[in-house]
Design a protein around this ligand. Structure first.
Ligand code: 13P
Length: 253
């Protein structure tokens, strides 16, 4: 049984002071769950404040939103896996659609980042998803399978179970347009089948999160859909009370 994951991607929101205030309000509302995992992806400059504020809540995971595709060197302005780990990150998003489509991140770079993350003892959350044009052209499956294969290209079969996946259709991110539970389930099933065909039963343990305009009104239904093992949430994770309501969603399976 895969434990559902509720992950907040704050993008460029919440500096250290806001994040401390958020957690001061959020944490007392939220018990130490044993049936779900919570994670925050704050901006890199905010991460140490979040790690510090969660000192007494080690069950809540913290990650960075991106790392550079080289482990070290002369790369002004970038963040390295080892530095992220040293700062207290345990997770890293790789290949978020904004990295791919705003910053031009290649499939190949995602593969390098997943490898570097594992080497640095960070858990990568590999994000895949099609654009609206790709969806309308009937390319959704081929796009996500290509992104999956590239992202896991440098991962051994034995390591596949150490990776998290997130399916985030680009057309659903920040648009208010959510994939239906059936849409999400269908693509998650495609990803699950690909994982199983690569590594057999080990592929059954990899959580696959859904992201894209998840909110309080749709989260329960999405989490009830087959193969949807969690949610990766942007806008609806920014308000402490709103996010606390979402993470306390009653799970129906
Ligand atoms: P929204 O929840 O704001 O659509 O963002 C989704 C996302 O990109 C999470 O990584």
């Amino acid at each position: 049984m895969r434990t559902p994951i509720f992950a907040a991607n704050w993008k460029l929101n919440h500096g250290p002071s806001d994040a401390r205030a958020f957690l001061q309000r959020f944490l007392p509302q939220v018990p130490r769950f044993d049936d779900r995992t919570l994670a925050f992806f704050p901006p890199a400059l905010t991460l140490p404040a979040v790690v510090e504020a969660l000192r007494d809540r080690p069950e809540v995971l913290v990650g960075v939103q991106n790392v550079h595709s080289e482990p070290a060197g002369a790369y002004t302005g970038e963040n390295a896996v080892a530095i992220a780990r040293d700062a207290g990150a345990r997770l890293v998003l790789v290949g978020h659609s904004e990295r791919r489509h705003v910053f031009g991140e290649s499939d190949e770079a995602t593969g390098r980042k997943v490898r570097l993350a594992l080497d640095a003892h960070l858990t990568p959350m590999l994000c895949v998803g099609e654009t609206l044009a790709e969806r309308e052209a009937g390319e959704t499956e081929s796009v996500v399978l290509r992104q999956l294969a590239a992202g896991l290209g440098a991962v051994t079969d034995a390591e596949v179970g150490q990776v998290l996946l997130a399916y985030e259709p680009v057309w659903a991110i920040g648009t208010g347009r959510t994939a239906t539970p059936a849409d999400a389930s269908a693509i998650h099933t495609v990803l699950r089948t690909a994982l199983r065909s690569r590594v057999g039963e080990r592929g059954a343990g990899v959580p696959i999160l859904y992201g894209g305009s998840v909110n309080r009104g749709n989260v329960q239904e999405l989490l009830a859909a087959p193969e949807v093992d969690g949610v990766l949430v942007g806008g609806a994770s920014l308000d402490a009370d709103g996010w606390s309501a979402i993470v306390r969603t009653e799970l129906s399976r």
